[in-house]
Design a protein around this ligand. Structure first.
Ligand code: DLL
Length: 444
């Protein structure tokens, strides 16, 4: 859905001014910041100094923005190998905050913020929330987890910075979330999209109709979600559901956000320089082509990262946005280059499965993909919850639904997979990032 600038920019916040910076000015600013950050990384971080020296590169070689492609990539392993503080560019006396992101295995990765870094992050979050239509006067329920995860505090500082009223409820305890939402007159909710789907469901069970609450905006991120999930959320409530993207390594939430047009995410390019590369070769791709998002922090002091490989797959949207922002947009991130699995020789991404399932009427957005190994062969089963009406219907209707789901998956993936319809509530609900893939292949 697209709207014109007049209808969408109801509240302009002064912090949003850089969102509209003329492109030549932005490029000049980016180059100045790139030169400074490469210098800072080289002078203060052993890894970057070694990597640049190995390539015979000096910070002074950054003479234009295209020179960024001469810099080496940084990968998650570099953060693990330098655990916990090996990539800090500031002395500990200047580090005012640490966060950590738990990996799938082993030690977490640790990220550091100076006073200025917290201010830049807060500013990016104020711009994010303003872009999602929030303003002073909104009552915001922050159900992202507070703690080492960047979600809770990132949104907290942003919403306070905007002048909204923050309810720092954190994740979990869903019945209390719904009570607070109703009793405190909440107008904005922040949490993962999967957790909000759970809240809608629980509210229904408690006899609370979200359509009758003042709730009008949802800012959802930290995990992939789809347009069909957005339609599900928007049709069960009165809210406009916005996508927000970020990652701990770069700052946390607030790297990119949707605007009122809900058509791609504007990257805060004045602080985070984006590139899209071929995930296999690392080559920079032409504008519009899909590939891996690579980000360079342009203003980070305590822990700058050069050309960080996010593993997130997206593409730039070349056309300017109707909202008037000059910041480039990326498509919503539906998958990561490392969450692909191979079944009978076919590459499968969980997001393809979600798209196929949710397009079939009678299903709920609660599903799990279970991978097993039988006699040396990988097998995939998709378990999906069915609406209560469907479940109480005749066996014939269920069989028909199952057949349609197998067909829909076959159509998208090109292979026949096993589908199991399960009763409402049988799949565990998430209060943070949902775990959709259960891989039992190495257990046998
Ligand atoms: O998830 C930061 C965040 C908090 C973003 C709250 C948005 C809202 P990490 O835990 O380090 O940080 O996880 C980062 O999550 O590389 C993506 O793979 C995924 N991700 C984050 N936002 C989105 C999104 C936070 N909107 C990793 N769509 C990233 C798809 C997302 N994936």
């Amino acid at each position: 859905m697209t709207q014109t600038r007049e209808t969408v920019e109801t509240h302009y916040h002064p912090a949003s001014a850089p969102d509209y910076i003329p492109t030549p000015m932005l490029k000049k600013l980016q180059l100045e910041r790139l030169q400074a950050i490469v210098r800072r990384a080289y002078d203060n971080v052993g890894l970057f100094r070694r990597q640049l020296d190995e390539r015979g590169l000096a910070p002074s070689d950054m003479t234009c923005l295209d020179d960024i492609s001469r810099l080496p990539f940084t990968v998650k392993h570099d953060l693990r190998d330098n655990y916990p503080f090996g990539l800090f560019a500031s002395p500990m006396q200047e580090v005012v905050r640490l966060h950590a992101s738990s990996g799938t295995t082993g030690k977490p990765i640790v990220v550091a913020y100076s006073r200025e870094d917290v201010d830049v992050w807060t500013n990016a979050m104020v711009r994010t929330l303003a872009s999602c239509g929030l303003s002073k006067g909104d009552i915001a329920q922050n159900a992202y987890g507070y703690g080492l995860f960047t979600g809770g505090l990132g949104f907290h500082y942003g919403a306070e910075g905007l002048g909204a009223t923050v309810i720092p409820i954190s994740g979990g305890n869903t019945d209390r979330q719904i009570m607070v939402m109703k009793d405190f007159g909440v107008t904005a909710i922040f949490c993962t999209p999967s957790y909000f789907v759970h809240m809608i469901e629980r509210a229904g069970e408690l006899g609370v109709d979200m359509r009758e609450l003042p709730l009008r905006v949802g800012v959802f991120g930290a995990e992939p979600w789809s347009d069909s999930m957005r339609r599900h959320i928007e049709s069960h409530t009165r809210i406009k559901a916005y996508d927000i993207y970020g990652l701990s390594e770069i700052t946390g939430p607030g790297v990119a956000t949707e605007c009122a047009c809900q058509n791609g995410l504007h990257v805060f390019e004045d602080h985070f320089y984006p590139e899209i590369v071929n995930p296999e070769t690392g080559e920079t791709l032409p504008e519009g082509q899909e590939g891996e998002l690579v980000l360079t922090t342009l203003s980070k002091r305590a822990m700058p990262l050069l050309r960080y490989r996010t593993r997130d797959i997206t593409a730039f949207i070349p056309e300017p946005c109707e909202c008037g922002r000059t910041l480039r947009r990326i498509h919503r991130i539906s998958r990561r280059s490392d969450d692909m699995f191979i079944i009978r020789g076919v590459n499968v991404f969980p997001s393809q499965v979600e798209a196929a399932l949710l397009a079939v009427e009678g299903t709920l957005p609660h599903y799990e993909i279970v991978l097993t190994r039988e006699k040396g062969l990988d097998a995939m089963e998709v378990q999906i919850e069915v609406t209560p009406e469907f479940f109480s219907d005749k066996i014939g209707a269920l069989e028909d639904l199952q057949g349609r789901l197998v067909q829909a998956l076959d159509h998208v993936l090109g292979i026949r997979v096993h589908v199991r319809l399960v009763e409402p509530h049988s799949i565990q609900r998430s209060e943070g990032k949902a775990k959709r893939l259960i891989d039992r292949r190495n257990l046998v």
